[in-house]
Write a protein that binds this ligand. Structure first.
Ligand code: SF4
Length: 714
């Protein structure tokens, strides 16, 4: 007999509802369910991405027992020993160096909101530091910072279902067909219903192919283009004067800042034709309902927060807020990156985006948690290598559901950082490259094995449910963290996730009315949801009242800055990291699904233009060497006419073709988000392909061997 368990897909912020099909305690399939965002549809990953629950060990092995490194080797131990050892080490480090010598992460992936709530509480109330951050730092951190500045909330102002009912979609640096196929479906539906589609992207993405206008800007020139859009709106008096006068501030400064960014000047920087810049802004201003959607092509630059604020300014100038079908949408990549932010797994805010520096708010949390709390903003995740290697300030790292060796820039520096730390804890479901550096491994239950709540990209709280029992001796993340807190002298004794959720709601006015019961009844609840009788909020800023201190939207423009590392004679090409549709993040989940692992495998690909391939003598499918100032790797050439001459693209899912061996650590000065979308590289042809293929196979086998630690050691 097949049981159906209703849950939410664990692979992207679209938040698709699905049923897991369970037979004899094993997941045997998945089928779409009718959710608010997916209307009974799933993409490839939703259909086939459940298989890792059965631990087929294609890529790496499921962690089944706690482990402690003894004499250099990871050895299986009891939970009692692992918790006691970890508690003693953390206590000793805290006593010797102070609480700020310990860094922790949240997890934007499977664990869910409750586990993130408990983790940030552990770091703040037990360790005594605000050093808690997570991978939003390397993706939509600029959206949180930029949109909070401009509008007051660091989230989508609109909802995924509204996308198909707008008149104009302005898609900036966002490849929805790959990152959020179910959102892409809404974009296609919008086009079918007559919406104008404008796409700004250096690469001819799937959406660029269906766009009415494609603006193929040069990589790293976003701010110049966004300024030019503002220039056209003002110089041609296309902006909404009443709206700007009543609901917006900073107009005079904004006008002055964009004055020099005429379309012709912007063309000289971006390569986008001045006439096209004028044409699309006339269309944008004229549309009754216009919506901006953006993604990593905005956020993963060292000038990202400025561009987010610049894009929000375009929507403010044209009165595109406070109604359905308008606004601005930073579409969150990982399934629960919105949720980890919502839960305060950030160094500057408690759950519900409440500032750690506000004494009144701090007092509220101190009273609830029964301890004094730190008043200083904590460290950002991307600052850790510098703080460890150059300033010797951080000594212990509690890495919860992340794999920074694979996902963070400049992998060699990340490895050196982990090796220099006195104590590294990895809490995860699979062995990964980061776990190879751990002193303690705490194995956790996975999506499908525990209950909880995820937040979809459009602020939607939705229930995830346990479908099967976990393998081995593993525990839910919130329980592991609670046991650790208790062992460190701060008793935490939650009975279930609902109890955690209710504690969080009582402390977070924006989420106060979003009960489990309401989620069951409605299928989900979009925040803000301030009271028990409030149904939730599909779009923000009704009545054009923004969540800023004075209720007004804030305009912003500033000078464009070129990316830090420019191509030169030695490194003549640029590299941008991207995703691919069949894999997810660091690939430990999708790479362990039989159907998905067939789609593409090691060493991964590098997309290059036909012109560059021909001048380097490289053929499609050949292995090539890729070298930057930080490292060298091998990947397979994929020649594509969608790529401009001089540019290359790599996905970050692969171990051998690990593009983060190459990426640099230039950061946005405000959000501290890395410039993954732009660094300088060179490509080299490999004459002996046979030998290179053999070497790739050997390297892959050796890595897989290291990851298969089921026998009890690594
Ligand atoms: S669009 Fe995202 S949430 Fe929906 S099925 Fe695909 S990966 Fe899962």
């Amino acid at each position: 007999m097949t049981n159906k368990v209703l849950t939410i897909c664990p692979y992207c912020g679209s938040g698709c509802h699905m049923n897991l099909l369970v037979e004899d305690g094993k997941v045997v399939g998945a089928e779409p369910a009718d959710g608010r965002t997916n209307e009974g549809n799933l993409c490839l990953k939703g259909h086939y991405g459940w298989d890792f629950l059965n631990d087929p060990q294609i890529l790496t092995a499921r962690l089944r027992k706690p482990m402690i490194r003894k004499e250099g080797v990871l050895r299986e131990v009891s939970w009692e020993e692992a918790i006691q050892f970890t508690a003693e080490k953390l206590t000793a480090i805290k006593e010797k160096y102070g609480p700020d010598a310990i860094m922790g992460t949240g997890s934007a992936r499977g664990p869910g909101n409750e586990a993130n709530y408990v983790m940030q509480k552990f770091m703040r109330a037990v360790i005594g530091t605000n050093n808690i951050d997570h991978c939003a730092r390397v993706c939509h951190g600029p959206s949180v910072a930029g949109l909070t500045y401009s509008l007051g909330d660091g989230a989508m102002s609109n909802s995924i279902p509204e996308i198909e009912d707008t008149d104009l979609l302005f898609i900036f640096g966002y490849n929805a067909a790959v990152t959020h196929p179910i959102v892409a479906r809404r974009i296609v539906k919008a086009k079918q219903k007559g919406a104008t589609i404008i796409v700004s992207d250096p690469r001819k993405t799937e959406l660029a192919r269906i766009a009415d206008t494609w603006l193929p800007l040069k990589g790293g020139t976003n701010m110049a283009l966004v300024n030019a859009f503002g220039n056209v709106l003002i110089e041609e008096e296309l902006y909404d004067k009443d709206y700007a006068a009543n609901y917006v501030e900073g107009f005079a400064e904004y006008k002055e800042s964009v004055r020099k960014y005429t379309p012709e000047y912007a063309e000289s920087i971006t390569g986008v034709k001045a006439d096209d810049i004028r044409k699309v802004m006339r269309q944008y201003a004229k549309a009754n309902k216009a919506m901006i959607l953006y993604g990593m092509g905005v956020c993963q630059f060292a000038q990202a927060v400025d561009v987010v604020r610049g894009l929000a300014s375009l929507a403010l100038l044209t009165g595109n807020f406070g109604r359905p079908g308008v606004g601005i949408g930073p579409v969150r990549g990982q399934n629960n990156v919105q949720g980890s932010c919502d839960m305060g797994a950030l160094p500057n805010v408690y759950p519900g985006y409440q500032s750690v520096t506000d004494p009144k708010i701090r007092k509220k949390f101190e009273k609830a948690w029964g301890v004094m709390l730190p008043d200083k903003i904590g460290y950002h995740l991307t600052e850790i290598p510098h703080l460890v290697l150059k300033e010797d300030k951080v000594k212990a790292y509690y890495i919860f559901g992340e794999d920074p060796v694979q996902s963070d820039p400049n992998a060699a520096e990340v490895r050196e950082t982990l090796e220099k730390m006195e104590f590294v804890i990895v809490q995860d479901i699979f062995m990964n490259k980061t776990a190879l550096h751990a002193d303690v491994i705490l194995p956790a239950t996975s999506w499908g094995e525990h209950d909880g709540v995820y937040s979809s990209a459009d602020r939607g709280f939705q229930r995830i449910r346990k479908a099967v029992d976990p393998p081995g001796d593993v525990k839910p993340d919130w329980q592991i963290i609670s046991e650790l807190a208790t062992a460190m002298g701060y008793p935490m004794s939650y009975r279930n996730t609902e109890e955690i959720w209710d504690e969080m709601r009582a402390l977070s006015p924006k989420f106060a009315g979003a009960s489990y019961k309401k989620m069951e009844e409605q299928g989900g609840v979009q925040w803000p949801c301030p009271t028990e009788d409030h149904p939730g909020t599909p779009y923000l800023y009704e009545g054009n009242r923004f969540s800023t201190a004075n209720g007004k939207g804030r305009l912003f423009a500033c000078e464009w800055r070129a990316p830090l590392e420019q191509p030169d004679q030695e490194y003549p090409l640029t590299l941008s990291t991207v995703r691919e549709v069949g894999h997810y993040s660091v690939r430990t989940m999708t790479g362990n699904c039989r159907a998905l692992s067939q789609l593409s495998d090691e060493p991964g690909n590098i997309q290059i233009s036909p012109g560059d391939a021909s001048s380097l003598g490289i053929e499609d499918g050949q292995l090539v060497r890729i070298i930057s100032r930080r490292g060298r790797i091998v990947a397979r050439a994929q020649i594509s006419d969608r790529v401009k001459t001089g540019a290359t693209y790599m996905t970050y899912h692969f171990w051998i073709g690990a593009c983060n061996e190459l990426t640099g650590d230039a950061l946005d000065p405000i959000s501290k988000t890395p410039e993954y979308k732009y660094c300088a590289i060179r490509l080299e042809r490999i004459p002996d392909q046979l030998r290179a293929e053999q070497k790739v196979r050997q390297q892959y086998e050796s890595l897989r061997k290291q990851m298969h630690v089921g026998a009890g050691q690594a």
